[in-house]
Design a protein around this ligand. Structure first.
Ligand SMILES: Cc1cc2nc3c(=O)[nH]c(=O)nc-3n(C[C@H](O)[C@H](O)[C@H](O)COP(=O)(O)O)c2cc1C
Ligand code: SF4
Length: 686
């Protein structure tokens, strides 16, 4: 297919100092939970993006010295020459596809941990460490500042030796000394590095100049700069940011501008739309003649073109869109717009970093598996047999299994009991703010529609006898799960007295439109997004809402997806009353008995409606029945019956998609053994 000429502008080359980006697609720095610990996995992940057409591929933040050690988080590292080969590997892989490689150097100062290095934390002035480690950072003296400049310079030289084309100076996200010196709340110095803005900018200016001096002949020097922290006076404000951009306008070769901190930058779709950062960065290009890159979870080529045409950006920065679809540029180039797997803004990718595990993505189940499983987002092995496959259930697992098996060339039959496809994705996407989650369904259906070998049957409930008579060689049960009504969950292994009746609602009821009368008590023993989205829904319907949780705060797991602060702000704005550290021991029809988890004290709260968000149960009755009739399989021509996704063990949508993909990958393949992936084995002890 031909590229739409409207999008030609996206494929114009852009000069960035001494290097030229072949088009305007720029993968901005993003961490991935692999970093320096898993260099081959990291390099393979970046390579796939280079293959997919991104002109620039950056690392995540890269530590430059042990005193800026961010353990337990696993980022890139360039402490000394030993760290060069791992990053050289990435550069070689990126260069092999004609892309440029960028590296984001940083010293995290008081936002480091030094848990591994045991060095003393450094900061512009004495202050507590950001993340609550029980140690303070000490004020840097002039020698420390000179050391820091030397470390940064040496890291830049190592980056050039590794083969990088762009070297970042990082003054973003409240995660680097270069930014900390700018912030009044972190910099109370009285010397030439503190006080007036001119002084607070001094170190940033020096580090940019050092970097240019060290590597500027061959590498572009990029400044990642936060234009607003949304913290008021103590933070970088847009007014000050404008002055800073004026002061440094022509110094870097490229301005990479965005919001700080990270939770204001990688905002989930529930709280920010595509292009939401525009009001905070649209002035930068007017101040500098250097190219500007910015972010905004850009997945629509029309929006991208608009950013360029209206003079907002020169390069389309993307982290999440490049994770969800590493081939996004290539698909636009080839006129395959409908094939773009758009990011849904769920931030499961971010949770990889925050849980110190390899990155995963709801939309792209191959993310993080490029090296260890050899999975590719676009390619999959052709079918190994003529087998006909029956998949029961068209939720995220069934749809992904059908799509990927279809791509392999199998004859696939996908049967869904209800009239609507998508399962939980369709249902959850109707909850407030989650509309974009429907992309999980829509992309897969779009792909399946082009596959004559995949047959979809809606409104087709299937029983065990139907399965046995269908003539499929392999059967996948992807029948989903349902929420429990009995109160069983993390805090109540025996359920809750008085729960289990129709008076207790579940998230399924809410999604089915069965809205209880108010006031409503939400009992959240799940700790992620359900309770707060249901609270929003109930508030929109004018119900008074009590949010009760045995946890010490609401929605605690959402801190891993950077949603926590946004959820808290919204719950407060809506007037949702939070009752934390409180379990429920009994529902008495018109009130619940609350028990404080620490004091053990009981109290009562009047309410007639309770929504239990506690645990789910697989809907695996069909699977169990088929297992009980295993003796009939051979006569029916059935070789295997498997159950996957929520029907096996309820989890995230990301787990469900992954399960479907894995099923498709592994069908008719040799078993992978007890450890089903490659590992980085540190067998060289030098
Ligand atoms: C998983 C993940 C990890 C990130 N890690 C970094 C990082 O190491 N350094 C950085 O400057 N920004 C990091 N970011 C922020 C992105 O560079 C980007 O500014 C932000 O996600 C907004 O862009 P997007 O809407 O295209 O995702 C990360 C973002 C994600 C999603
Ligand atoms: S995990 Fe979610 S937010 Fe992250 S890239 Fe994938 S779809 Fe987008």
């Amino acid at each position: 297919m031909q590229r739409d000429p409207r999008f030609d502008v996206l494929f114009e080359p852009v000069r960035i100092g001494p290097v030229i980006a072949k088009n305007r697609f720029f993968q901005v720095p993003h961490c991935n939970g692999m970093g320096h610990a898993m260099p081959q996995a990291h390099a393979a992940m970046r390579e796939v993006k280079a293959e997919g057409g991104w002109a620039v591929i950056c690392t995540e933040e890269c530590e430059i010295h042990p005193s800026g050690d961010v353990s337990p988080y696993v980022e890139a590292r360039l402490w000394d020459d030993h760290d060069i080969p791992a990053l050289r590997l990435m550069c070689e892989k990126v260069h092999a596809h004609g892309a440029l490689a960028g590296i984001e150097l940083t010293h995290n100062g008081p936002t480091a941990s030094n848990l591994y290095s045991r060095e003393v934390l450094l900061a512009p002035s004495h202050q507590p460490s950001k993340y609550g480690y029980p140690a303070q950072a000490r004020a840097m003296d002039k020698r420390d500042i000179a050391d820091y400049r030397r470390w940064h310079r040496n890291a830049a030289l190592r980056a050039r030796a590794a083969g990088f084309d762009l070297v970042y100076v990082y003054a973003g996200h409240d995660l680097s000394l270069a930014m900390h010196f700018l912030q009044k709340r972190r910099n109370q110095r009285t010397d030439e590095y503190g006080g007036a803005l001119e002084n607070r900018v001094r170190l940033l200016r020096e580090v940019i100049e050092d970097t240019r001096d060290a590597v500027g002949d061959r590498c572009a020097v990029v400044l990642r700069f936060a234009t607003e922290e949304l913290l008021g006076e103590g933070g970088v404000t847009m007014a000050e940011a404008k002055e800073i951009v004026h002061m440094l306008a022509e110094l870097p070769d490229l301005w990479d501008v965005n919001l700080a901190a990270w939770y204001n930058d990688s905002v989930p779709s529930r709280f920010a739309r595509e292009g939401a950062q525009e009001p905070f960065i649209d002035w930068v290009k007017k101040v500098t003649s250097k190219p500007v890159v910015g972010v905004g979870r850009f997945t629509s080529p029309d929006t991208m073109v608009s950013q360029i045409r209206r003079g907002i950006l020169d390069l389309i920065g993307a982290a999440r869109p490049s994770i969800a679809d590493p081939y996004l540029p290539k698909k636009i180039e080839q006129g395959r717009i409908d094939d773009i797997r758009e990011c849904i803004g769920c931030n499961i990718c971010v949770s990889g970093d925050n849980t110190v595990t390899p990155i995963r993505c709801t939309q792209n189940p191959t993310m993080g598996e490029e090296w260890r499983k050899g999975w590719h987002p676009e390619r999959i092995a052709p079918r190994k047999s003529e087998a006909k496959i029956l998949i029961v259930g068209a939720g995220p697992t069934g749809l992904e299994a059908a799509r990927a098996l279809g791509q392999r060339g199998y004859e696939v039959h996908l049967a869904e009991a209800s009239a609507e496809l998508g399962g939980r994705v369709s249902r959850e996407s109707r909850l407030p703010g989650l509309t974009e989650w429907a992309r999980v369904r829509d992309w897969r259906l779009g792909q399946i529609k082009t596959m004559p070998n995949v047959h979809v049957y809606r409104g087709s409930p299937i029983g065990a006898q139907d399965v046995l008579e269908f003539g499929a060689r392999h059967v996948l049960l992807a029948t989903g799960c349902h929420w429990r009504r009995d109160g069983f969950g993390r805090s109540n292994g025996m359920g809750i007295k008085g729960f289990g009746s129709a008076a207790i609602s579940t998230p399924d009821d809410i999604m089915d439109g069965l809205i209880p009368d108010g006031p409503v008590l939400l009992f959240d023993d799940d700790y992620f997004y359900y309770a707060s989205t249901i609270a929003e829904q109930l508030c929109a319907l004018k119900r008074r809402v009590y949010y009760v949780t045995p946890d010490d705060t609401i929605a605690s797991w959402s801190s891993n997806t950077l949603e926590y602060r946004h959820i808290q702000a919204r719950m407060h704005a809506l007037g949702v009353e939070q009752i934390v550290s409180s379990n429920i021991t009994e529902f008495k029809g018109d009130r619940v008995v609350l028990q404080h988890v620490w004091s053990g004290q009981n109290s009562e709260l009047r309410c007639t409606s309770v929504v239990a968000i506690t645990a789910r149960l697989p809907q695996d009755a069909l699977y169990q029945e088929l297992l009980s009739r295993e003796s009939e399989w051979p006569a029916a021509g059935i070789q295997s019956v498997q159950c996957a996704g929520d029907a096996l063990a309820p989890g995230l949508i990301a787990h469900a998609v992954y399960a479907g993909h894995r099923y498709a990958r592994e069908l008719d393949e040799a078993p992978s053994g007890d450890v089903p992936f490659r590992r980085h084995l540190h067998t060289s002890f030098t």
